[in-house]
Design a protein around this ligand. Structure first.
Ligand code: ADP
Ligand code: MG
Ligand code: ZN
Length: 248
């Protein structure tokens, strides 16, 4: 690898298994096939509605926090992450920024930064009869986000970590965590460097299987080394994994 060290940090989202959604009493049912069945004014983002916290979702995250030996927050808070997209009906996602439920902890030997709770987006389907369709059944389903420290150095370890997290979520009975069903979504931040200082990172999304996680990280490490070896700079950007071309 020409003396380069790769550095990887993961951001993993997982849908939580609860009877109702994050802020309303709509059914949380990922298997519902009829679009827009489990919806109400709250998870449709209508003005003037009042979100009410789902206790079960909080308990799920606290369970995970204890399991990974994290610090359980004495105080926690919600924030608005503003962006405009058809799958986010309020124009913002309710998330946690400054005061996550869990800080620190360790899983499979990897140090964790934080675990916080947020709401999932709706689902868009594009190019059906030249239209885009939005299904709000998933809108506001409880979603946890786990962030690792940048302490992983190869693709195999990243995959081992993700598999261990899947196992933990299933063991605690808080999530199904199937990557293929989008119940668990892995984003990999990757950089390479020849010195002790981290290189510029890229973030790779659209990883729908453990195989994709492994291949995308390995590909990205090679690509970044090639970029640097040819005298150019790595651009900080978000890239998608393309299974058909096996490239980012
Ligand atoms: P951002 O603000 O771009 O989301 P963060 O500092 O919050 O960046 O880190 C997001 C993820 O990227 C974490 O998992 C972290 O460990 C990882 N990360 C941060 N810097 C690097 C780097 N230079 N190389 C690889 N991963 C990194
Ligand atoms: Mg990020
Ligand atoms: Zn609802």
């Amino acid at each position: 690898m020409k003396d380069y060290t790769a550095t990887i940090g993961l951001e993993i989202h997982a849908e939580l298994k609860t009877s109702s959604k994050m802020f309303c009493s709509c059914k949380n049912d990922p298997d519902e096939e009829k679009p827009n069945k489990n919806v109400c004014p709250v998870c449709m983002g209508h003005p003037g509605t009042l979100p009410v916290l789902n206790k079960e979702a909080i308990k799920h995250v606290l369970k995970i926090g204890y399991a990974i030996d994290g610090q359980i927050a004495d105080f926690t808070e919600w924030d608005r992450k503003n962006y405009f997209y058809p799958d986010i009906p309020k124009g913002y996602q309710i998330s946690q920024y400054k005061y996550p439920l869990i800080s620190g902890g360790k899983l499979a030997g990897i140090e964790l930064t934080r675990i916080h709770l947020e709401e999932d987006t709706a689902q868009s389907t594009h190019d059906i009869h030249e239209k885009s369709l939005v299904n709000f059944n998933r809108s506001s389903v409880p979603l946890m986000e786990l962030v690792t420290e940048p302490v992983i150095h190869d693709a195999e370890t990243a995959v081992r970590f993700a598999k261990e997290l899947q196992l933990l979520l299933r063991y605690l009975n808080v999530g199904e965590a199937n990557l293929e069903k989008g119940e668990m979504r892995v984003e990999a931040n990757i950089s390479v460097s020849k010195t002790k200082t981290f290189g510029t990172k890229t973030e790779v999304k659209n990883l729908n299987s453990f195989k994709a996680v492994e291949k995308a990280i390995a590909y990205e490490i090679e690509r970044q080394i090639d970029v640097l070896e040819s005298g150019e700079k790595v651009v900080q950007e978000t890239r998608g994994w393309d299974d058909s071309t096996q490239s980012t």
